[in-house]
Design a binder for this molecule. Structure first.
Ligand code: SAH
Ligand code: SF4
Length: 338
């Protein structure tokens, strides 16, 4: 039996073709499953009974089992899923007025070891399969019944350290016969693995790079990966990244109290990014009992933003979602540290 959520349309076509079926059967299945959320072959009325029986014997829907659901007072919901080998994977659903975003995980733990991040503190356990990534969305979709309009790869793990499976998941999310999410509605956030970044099909998703410091010394301290991909390598990539006229790269900058939130840091950042078409997303640090860093003072966050705005940048402050349920950026996976 093959896990359905692991298969791209092409792979499903090949699989069904190998048993003598026409290619369009794969599209039919994609439409039922991803388009109409029908997970019972017997309800797929445009497929003959004989074929339904065959498909039932070949494919199963690899939903994740739900271990916990925590609702935040701001409307976001954190799901804890149990993998077949007993690990917990977390996803966060964030309903807003005009969209519903799901933040998905790509690894259990993370190798990058960023000093401020709970997932980094866990260390690396394993990559998630493409099916486990797609299944986070499908399991949530089945549970809540609402349409998920946006996906952000900002949960546990470094997406580009699990490149093959992440690219496969993006292909499944974007498939016109399936969920049909447009490129603008899929965002990958990375700590800046430049070599992997270059291999991502440019029109498949939006790219966000976690900068978090405006000089190498500070970035080396906060994000050890900077020793391999230092700022100049990241900026080089960003300068040449022009998938189309409208797209801009996003830089994320986590503001940590008294570490990287000064006016001098803001001026340095403005200088560093000069000439690069980009958006800057400022993320006030979410505290965790497992890490000694502190949130920045609110006034400093606004002062930081003001400097960037004055220098002509688009700079937004990300409102933290789900802080009360440890679902905010960088808080996922804390049960592994308990
Ligand atoms: N590994 C990827 C994606 C997951 S982290 C990356 O690093 O980009 C997603 C975002 O959360 C990153 O921008 C990261 O810098 C930020 N982050 C990590 N810990 C945080 C915390 N405690 N508070 C706020 N943001 C945090
Ligand atoms: Fe990994 Fe991203 Fe956390 Fe760094 S911030 S440890 S890359 S998940």
């Amino acid at each position: 039996m093959e896990p359905f959520f692991d298969l791209t349309l092409k792979e499903l076509e090949l699989l069904l073709g190998a048993c003598g079926n026409e290619r369009y059967r794969a599209k039919q299945l994609f439409k039922w499953v991803y388009g109409k959320s029908v997970f019972d072959f017997d309800l797929m009325t445009d497929i003959s009974k004989g074929l339904r029986k065959l498909f039932k014997s070949m494919l199963y829907f690899n939903f994740l089992s739900v271990e916990s659901t925590k609702r935040s007072c701001d409307g976001s919901v954190k799901f804890g899923f149990k993998t077949e080998d007993g690990y917990v994977v977390e996803s966060v659903l964030m309903p807003e007025k005009d969209r519903t975003t799901l933040c998905v995980s790509t690894q259990i733990g993370c190798k990058m070891g960023c000093k401020f991040c709970v997932t980094g503190k866990i260390g690396f356990i394993r990559d998630l399969t493409a099916g486990e990534i797609v299944s986070q969305l499908m399991t949530v979709k089945r549970l809540v019944g609402t349409k998920i309009t946006n996906v952000v790869f900002m949960g546990m793990g470094e997406p580009l350290d699990n490149l093959k499976n992440v690219i496969k998941a993006i292909e499944i999310f974007g498939d016109p016969f399936g969920l049909n999410l447009s490129k603008r509605r899929i965002t990958i956030s990375t700590s800046g693995l430049v070599d992997a970044l270059r291999t991502i099909p440019q029109k498949s998703c939006v790219i966000a790079i976690s900068l978090n410091a405006a000089d190498d010394e500070k970035r080396n301290y906060l994000m050890p990966i900077n020793r391999i991909y230092p700022l100049h390598a990241i900026l080089d990539f960003a300068r040449n990244y022009k998938p189309d006229k409208r797209s801009r790269i996003t830089f994320e900058y986590v503001l940590i109290g008294d570490i990287n939130d000064s006016q001098e840091d803001a001026l340095k950042l403005a200088d560093l990014l000069s000439g690069i078409r980009c958006k800057i997303n400022l993320i006030p640090y979410n505290e965790s009992p497992y890490i000694p860093f502190r949130s920045p003072e609110e006034a400093k966050v606004f002062a930081f933003q003001k400097i960037l705005l004055r220098k002509g940048y688009t700079a937004t402050i990300r409102k933290s979602k789900g802080q009360d349920i440890s679902a905010a950026c960088g808080q996922l996976g804390s049960h592994y540290l308990r």
